[in-house]
Design a protein around this ligand. Structure first.
Ligand SMILES: Cc1cc2nc3c(=O)[nH]c(=O)nc-3n(C[C@H](O)[C@H](O)[C@H](O)COP(=O)(O)O)c2cc1C
Length: 212
């Protein structure tokens, strides 16, 4: 009888401990919100048509130094590669749904990782690096491929879809943009502390058009 009671108590304790671990793991987010991070709240209300977006799409390299608001940044990133379905799939397709492209965002307030699952811009480096991106845009996005998840050929293709999402978003939100393959990758690899399996493959500059 005593032995049965002991086993029963052990099972109850194990069940309670498992439940506590489950609650901890399910509530724990990967990134803790810290000073300098930016919470993103996207709220898309644009009524312009896809035709207007396609009609206006173009590359531009003349940026004014006017900064984008947090809401515009949130809407732009959601359009670029945000989550649009409950299963975590994105506004841009990815080969085999590997979602191997991380977007890093360069703003005057620093360099950030876009974390779509948590609607968060996680600050990695507080330095203003906008003067290192090429055309001094107030916002640049780095396309960083995880080569453990996917090979580079697919990563190049997947980046193109994200890039076009951004071009179309800009075309109907009074913004201009340019997608780039040439820039100082070494500088940003160091500045964003990227490990060997994270390769910067493209950059896209975004901002308001400089008044002539
Ligand atoms: C894969 C790729 C790489 C590019 N690299 C650069 C670049 O390094 N610098 C730049 O100023 N523009 C770059 N561009 C932009 C092109 O020059 C631009 O798309 C082209 O001139 C056509 O102009 P449009 O986008 O206005 O139609 C790149 C575009 C693509 C698709």
């Amino acid at each position: 009888m005593k032995k049965t009671l002991k086993i029963f108590l052990i099972i109850i304790i194990l069940l309670i401990v498992s439940y506590i671990i489950y609650l901890y793991v399910s509530n724990k987010s990967k990134y803790k919100f810290e000073e300098g991070d930016i919470r993103l709240k996207h709220n898309m209300t644009n009524s312009k048509s896809l035709y207007e977006a396609l009609q206006n799409r173009s590359s531009s390299r003349d940026f004014s130094n006017k900064e984008l608001t947090d809401e515009t940044i949130a809407n732009l990133l959601w359009s670029a590669n945000g989550i649009n379905r409950e299963d975590g799939r994105r506004t841009a397709p990815s080969a085999m749904n590997q979602q191997e492209i991380d977007l890093y965002v360069i703003l005057p307030s620093g360099g950030y990782l876009y974390v779509p699952e948590e609607n968060l811009l996680k600050r990695i480096n507080p330095t203003n690096m906008t003067d290192k991106t090429g055309y001094n845009a107030p916002m640049s996005i780095l396309y960083v491929a995880d080569t453990y998840k996917q090979n580079l050929n697919w990563a190049y293709v997947d980046s193109g879809f994200i890039g076009q999402n951004i071009y179309l978003f800009c075309a109907i939100n009074d913004l201009v943009s340019v997608f780039k393959g040439t820039f100082d990758k070494e500088y940003f690899t160091k500045a964003l502390q990227l490990p060997d399996n994270k390769e910067i493959i493209f950059m896209q500059d975004i901002g308001y058009k400089k008044e002539q």
